[in-house]
Structure formats: structure tokens, C-alpha cells
Design a protein around this ligand. Structure first.
Ligand code: SF4
Ligand code: SF4
Length: 93
């Protein structure tokens, strides 16, 4: 049996997006003085980007690993698990 790539595994997952409430809040004012910008490098789903000098997170595709919050040197990321019933539903380990 062939092994699935990361992209193939992620494509099997399902997301119940909580349209009314993001579980990630960025304090963008703190990002302006951040030299490392670790969030752009570590998110396994590539959800962080920089647009017109602002850090953006496309939170709806969050894999709920918590890595971005752990590596942010400015503590600029407020992160909680999505409300019950929302978020990612893993289908492949
Ligand atoms: S690592 Fe934290 S402070 Fe730095 S750009 Fe990303 S969210 Fe902002
Ligand atoms: S918790 Fe993980 S998947 Fe979600 S935004 Fe942070 S690094 Fe990306």
C-alpha cells in the first residue's frame, strides 16, 4: 500500500468552520516590531501570510496544533480551541 503525502492526508480532513467566531486573534501592532516572523515559517497548513505589511491568518483551515502560539516571540497570538462541534475533523492519523 502506498503512503499518502501530507497534502493527500490534509485533503481527507473536514472542517466545520465557525463563521461567526475566529479562534485565533492576532495583535498586529506587536507584529510590526517582530524580526523573526516565525508564524510565516511554522504553520504546517501555511495559513499565515504578510500582506501590505500586515500579518494575516486564514484561521478557517487551522489544524489545531498550537505551534504558532508557541513560537511567537511577542505573544501576539491569542489562540483557543474552536467552540464545541467546530474545527478540524481528522480522518487520517
Ligand atoms: S511571530 Fe508573532 S509577533 Fe511575529 S509576526 Fe508572527 S504573529 Fe506577529
Ligand atoms: S495552530 Fe497550527 S495549524 Fe493552526 S494556525 Fe497555528 S500553526 Fe497553523
Amino acid at each position: 500500500m502506498s503512503r499518502l503525502s501530507m497534502a493527500d492526508k490534509l485533503a481527507l480532513d473536514k472542517f466545520e468552520v465557525d463563521e461567526g467566531e475566529s479562534h485565533i486573534h492576532l495583535h498586529n501592532e506587536l507584529c510590526k516590531s517582530c524580526k523573526e516572523k516565525n508564524c510565516l515559517l511554522v504553520c504546517p497548513a501555511g495559513l499565515y501570510s504578510e500582506q501590505n505589511g500586515e500579518i494575516i491568518v486564514e484561521w478557517a483551515g487551522c489544524l489545531e496544533c498550537g505551534t504558532c502560539r508557541a513560537v511567537c516571540p511577542q505573544k501576539a497570538i491569542e489562540w483557543i480551541y474552536p467552540r464545541g462541534g467546530f474545527g478540524i475533523i481528522y480522518r487520517q492519523g
